[in-house]
Design a protein around this ligand. Structure first.
Ligand code: ASP
Ligand code: MG
Length: 420
């Protein structure tokens, strides 16, 4: 018997029929003697629908009173799905109670639409579990110190579930979703992609930050901080499959580096098209240049990812970096208006048609030559590398976006990821 948190995504909660199936699955776990807390998302499409209504009345603006109402509004999606699930569980003969975030309470800071969880009060939840109830807690939301409802950012129910699991010291946090686990890469790009049975949490963090959309990245950070074992698994298996089989399915995100994991040097290939490249050319090479350029970008709240500075020639150098594509135009304008002349650079240029492809694996820590194997595989396909960045467990390259799929397939093959 264990305390286990289940999280169900929007598709899994997408209709009353699906909610009934979730209820049957949850009741099966409760009947097996486990204490179960469920954190559901809103029914699929509901959050978008609600936010769309707000936009019809007034276009999105970064104003606090508007953001507050967005949270008041969007949080109702999870309140509805949670109550429906409690009703479905009761209909299955399983005592159950649902709570909104503020009722628990899940305390957050006051950053509306992107709040961070600060604490969770477990008293009420534990008391209900003791009485044999399944406790349902709305995902995605909390309450700030002034009693205002907040939400945690899109996809935030994953983070709610992990935070609840951490607060309750749950044995495991099961993330039920519409895919059956974490793959070596996106199977839509590489049909031979394999499901990983385990993935090390640091690898998951890299993959989540680079386009593998299975989990909200905050949830993985949370799991790492509090060492919450997390499993991604399918909610589309028959609800009555053997519970032990279900408990071992999907992908476990682990903190233990066991020997088996050490064997795979590269565990996955991540990629995204979310970035754009900016270059500042002919910059006088003297102390303070990087700060003048990147400081101005940071002051505008724009996040910078890959950065390179070339060797200088005749006292001048070129400086390139990537930003999120949404910030591309803004960054170009800013540099042209504020930085170009003050640093005495010759030119600012950019390219939004790039992508970033990364190989990820904790095995890279203890193996040499991994990056060169990556570069060889890309060169064999005639793919030009524009930028490179490395960390202990990943190597990323920036390339022309038209070669993205080719690059991912070539790397998947080069690192034998299609072979178990
Ligand atoms: N319902 C919210 C969203 O669509 C939160 C979640 O599903 O995780 O982003
Ligand atoms: Mg999600």
């Amino acid at each position: 018997m264990a305390l286990i948190v289940h999280k169900y995504g929007g598709t899994s909660m997408g209709s009353t029929e699906r909610i009934r199936t979730v209820a049957k699955r949850v009741a099966k776990w409760a009947r097996a003697g486990h204490q179960i807390v469920v954190v559901p998302s809103a029914m699929s499409g509901e959050t978008n629908r609600l936010l769309g209504l707000a936009k019809e009345l007034a276009p999105a603006k970064p104003d606090e009173s508007y953001s507050r109402e967005l949270d008041m509004l969007a949080s109702t999606g999870e309140q509805a799905s949670s109550a429906l699930l409690a009703i479905a569980l009761q209909a299955e003969g399983q005592p159950s109670i649902s709570y909104a975030g503020w009722q628990v309470a899940i305390k957050t800071n006051s950053a509306f639409t992107k709040a961070r969880i600060e604490s969770i009060d477990d008293a009420r939840v534990l008391a209900d579990l003791e009485q044999g109830k399944v406790v349902i807690i709305t995902g995605f939301q909390g309450v700030d110190e002034n009693g205002h409802i907040t939400t945690l950012g899109r996809g935030g129910s994953d983070t709610s579930a992990v935070a609840v699991a951490a607060a309750l010291k749950a044995a495991e946090c099961l993330i039920y979703t519409d895919v059956d686990g974490v793959y070596t890469t996106d199977p839509r790009v590489v049909p031979e992609a394999r499901r990983l049975h385990t993935v090390y949490f640091e690898e998951m963090l890299e993959m989540a930050s680079m386009g593998s959309k299975v989990l909200q990245i905050r949830s993985v950070e949370f799991a790492g901080k509090y060492k919450v074992p997390m499993r991604v698994l399918s909610s589309f298996t028959p609800w009555d499959i053997d519970i032990n089989e279900e408990a071992a399915s999907g992908t476990l995100i682990t903190f233990e580096e066991d020997e088996q994991m050490e064997q795979a040097v590269v565990s996955g290939i991540a990629f995204n098209r979310d970035e754009a490249k900016i270059s500042v050319l002919g910059v006088p090479d003297k102390p303070g240049i990087a700060y003048q350029i990147l400081g101005a970008v940071a002051d505008a709240n724009i996040e910078v990812d890959v950065i390179i500075q070339n060797l200088s020639k005749d006292g001048k150098t070129d400086f390139s970096f990537t930003v999120h594509r949404n910030d591309y135009a803004k960054t170009l304008d800013l540099l042209k208006e504020k930085v170009l002349h003050s640093v005495g650079a010759a030119e600012v240029s950019g390219d939004a048609k790039i992508c970033k492809v990364s190989i990820v694996g904790i095995g890279m820590r203890s193996h040499v030559g991994v990056a060169s194997k990556m570069f060889r595989a890309l060169s064999e396909e005639g793919i030009n590398i524009q930028m490179i960045s490395t960390s202990e467990i990943k190597t990323s390259v920036v390339i022309d976006e038209k070669y993205m799929e080719l690059a991912v397939r070539a790397l998947h093959k080069a690192f034998d990821l299609d072979q178990a």
